[in-house]
Design a protein around this ligand. Structure first.
Ligand code: 5GP
Ligand code: MN
Length: 347
């Protein structure tokens, strides 16, 4: 069971039939596997029904969904801003997927603030900040893709979910659970995965496109990050990795190359809290991962202007890389009790 309310779906369905032709689907900047999978899954269903649907991605993205070219029309805002603005202005309905706050759409946010178009929000992050009667938010589900699957079922659109749509949704699920390794305890998740495979999703191709597309450069960057740049603070059950722009350049860094790096320190026995600092042109982007009761999203919101999930969050810093890292290290003693407590619980 998810929080997707059948009565709200009925109301939405009636309204869509009467009023809606053009739809724009939006997700967060730097879209990950779940953002891409959930948007393309819903998009393909809407196209099959006959809606004029377009996905707008705030920024460019790696090709994580197998057979991406099949999904047709999407627009990258940072590359085709005029076209994206035209589509947003003409849309009868907007779908917001995999984000809880329009700030997460980066440069698109300014345009969204000017629009009064109806919005459907489908998301699994805590504290949705978007006001709409069509708020389908559920933090217990594995992924937005799983929630989108349930939404499609409750809207009565299962017949329009084809193999390409199923493939995209299963990509989102597998990406956000790291192949069913976290947020993966609910039986309904496996029912959804099973139904997607029955619809033609190709589990093997998804695994290949999500996890077996390393370049030699990326693998060497990971090796370097782990051997030279990982710092462990055993007394605080914490660890970090940081990478400078120069280091990234040395390994021919491409967007997405450091995806998942933050998880490696967390796999060291006894580590409860991991941080990854990436220096880019304007700011330091930080990823946080934690185990058990330690709230990575609260830590990020309090100290690094970010948020996210309880155990997987992100934030940023406008200080230098060294200063940002020092700030994080200096905060650890303040959390030593809760980190110690979680490490005992994990044992
Ligand atoms: P990642 O570390 O993979 O970039 O992000 C982990 C989680 O935190 C994702 O679910 C993402 O939605 C969220 N997140 C990442 N960066 C930010 C940020 O700057 N602000 C907020 N509110 N959430 C973020
Ligand atoms: Mn997600």
């Amino acid at each position: 069971m998810t929080n997707i309310n059948t009565a709200s779906c009925q109301a939405l369905l009636t309204w869509m039939k009467e009023r809606v032709k053009k739809i724009v689907i939006l997700t967060h900047a730097n879209p990950d596997g779940d953002a891409l999978g959930s948007t393309l899954g819903l998009h393909s269903v809407l196209l099959n029904i006959g809606y004029q649907s377009t996905v707008i991605y705030p920024t460019d993205f790696p090709s994580l969904v197998p057979g991406l070219e099949k999904y047709g029309n999407w627009v990258v805002f940072e590359k085709q801003e005029q076209e994206a603005i035209r589509l947003l202005e003409e849309a009868d309905l907007l779908f917001f997927l995999d984000f809880n706050d329009i700030k997460r759409t980066g440069k698109v946010a300014k345009k969204l603030e000017q629009l009064s178009t109806k919005v459907v929000l489908i998301d699994h992050h805590p504290q949705p900040m978007v006001e709409t009667p069509f708020l389908f938010s559920d933090t217990k589900v594995s992924s937005t893709a799983e929630l989108a699957f349930d939404f499609i079922a409750k809207m009565g659109w299962m017949d329009q979910l084809d193999a390409a749509g199923a493939n995209a949704l299963l990509t989102g699920i597998i990406a956000d659970t790291a192949s069913f390794s976290h947020n993966a305890g609910r039986p309904e998740l496996y029912e959804a995965a099973s139904r997607l495979i029955a619809k033609g999703a190709n589990q093997h191709r998804i695994q290949e496109s999500l996890f077996n597309t390393n370049t030699a450069d990326r693998l060497r960057l990971l090796g370097y990050a782990l051997s030279e740049k990982m710092k462990i603070f055993p007394e605080y059950h914490a660890a970090l990795i940081s990478l400078t722009r120069e280091e990234l350049k040395k390994f021919n860094f491409k967007i997405g190359d450091t995806e998942g790096f933050v998880n490696y320190p967390l796999s060291v026995k006894g580590i409860i809290f991991s941080a990854f600092f990436l220096e880019n042109a304007e700011k330091i982007k930080i990823s946080f991962r934690s185990k058990g009761g330690f709230a990575a999203n609260e830590f990020s919101a309090l100290h690094f202007g970010g948020g996210g999930h309880h155990n997987a969050a992100g934030g940023e810093s406008r200080q230098s890389l060294d200063e940002s890292v020092e700030k994080w290290i200096s905060l650890l003693p303040h959390y030593s009790q809760s980190l110690e407590k979680e490490s005992m619980a994990e044992d």
